[in-house]
Write a protein that binds this ligand. Structure first.
Ligand SMILES: Nc1ncnc2c1ncn2[C@@H]1O[C@H](COP(=O)(O)OP(=O)(O)OP(=O)(O)O)[C@@H](O)[C@H]1O
Ligand SMILES: [Mg+2]
Length: 245
């Protein structure tokens, strides 16, 4: 079973950075000395193995799966269980089994945090997660753009209805700041995260800048030391630790 605090990273909308936030928050928490698991629950659109550049497959002992360890984080993804880039064509009931499988049949060991990378929207997987891991809390990711916050609000409303605590909002792609300490450019507008947090009666945990992928890195979307996002994710992890101390 899962120990530790379970945090689902959600948003109604696709492409706002849920997976990127999940991976970088998990690695930042691991850097802070915590035992962290990351479960990729985007069964159809899994992307965590790719973001973390994981090509190995987990081994099993006595029908239990040993999670892959990468960047100090224990990882499990649908991507480890299927061949190549084959599409996953499972329907509702099997999806539910997957959530159960990833939580029950994996040797997670003692954990401080379990980060769940959720698929976009408020579909079957979100419902299964809400039912199967009732203790999970949520971080809602949005961009500053109105449409994104509007859709993200639905995910938040679902969390509230199912009595899941919302830890806060992460506003991703908030601004672009070419030179540190100088002008910020608000490419997708301003204030979306704030408005969403207000509507959901929660706080903005972080405003993350837009950062170009680190060319040449085997993991271009895991932000390395010396970058703005590395610092911002450390701050976010510190905040999460503070809220859980
Ligand atoms: N702060 C950022 N700066 C620049 N690019 C970013 C940032 N955050 C995310 N991205 C990029 O945006 C794209 C979408 O991110 P990601 O896959 O994490 O979104 P998602 O919400 O998980 O998408 P999906 O709904 O498809 O699962 C990726 O190419 C990612 O590298
Ligand atoms: Mg994703």
């Amino acid at each position: 079973m899962l120990s530790g605090s379970v945090i689902a990273v959600t948003s109604g909308k696709g492409g706002v950075g849920k997976s990127t936030v999940s991976v970088n928050l998990a690695t930042a928490l691991a850097r802070s000395g915590k035992n962290v698991a990351l479960i990729d629950l985007d069964i159809y659109g899994f992307s965590v193995p790719n973001i973390m550049n994981i090509s190995s497959r987990p081994k099993t002992i006595n029908q239990k799966i040993i999670p892959i360890e990468a960047h100090g984080v224990k990882v499990m993804s649908m991507g480890f269980l299927i061949k190549g880039n084959d599409p996953v064509v499972w329907r509702g009931p099997m999806l539910g089994k997957m959530v159960e499988h990833f939580t029950k049949d994996v040797m997670w060991g003692e954990l401080d945090y379990v980060i769940l990378d959720m698929p976009p929207g408020t579909g079957d997987v979100a419902l299964d997660m809400h039912n199967f891991i009732p203790q999970s809390k949520e971080i809602i990711v949005t961009t500053p753009h109105q449409t994104a916050t509007h859709v993200a609000e639905r995910a938040g409303t679902m969390a509230i209805k199912s009595e899941h605590e919302i830890i806060g909002v992460v506003e991703n792609m908030s601004y672009f700041q070419p030179i540190e300490g100088q002008d910020k450019y608000y490419l997708f507008g301003k204030g979306g995260g704030e408005a969403l947090a207000e509507n959901l009666h929660t706080e903005v945990l972080a405003r993350l800048p837009i950062q170009e992928p680190q060319e040449g890195s085997p993991t271009p979307a895991i932000y390395e030391e010396g970058t703005q996002l590395y610092t911002e994710y450390n701050k976010l992890a510190a905040k999460i630790n503070e809220l859980h101390s």
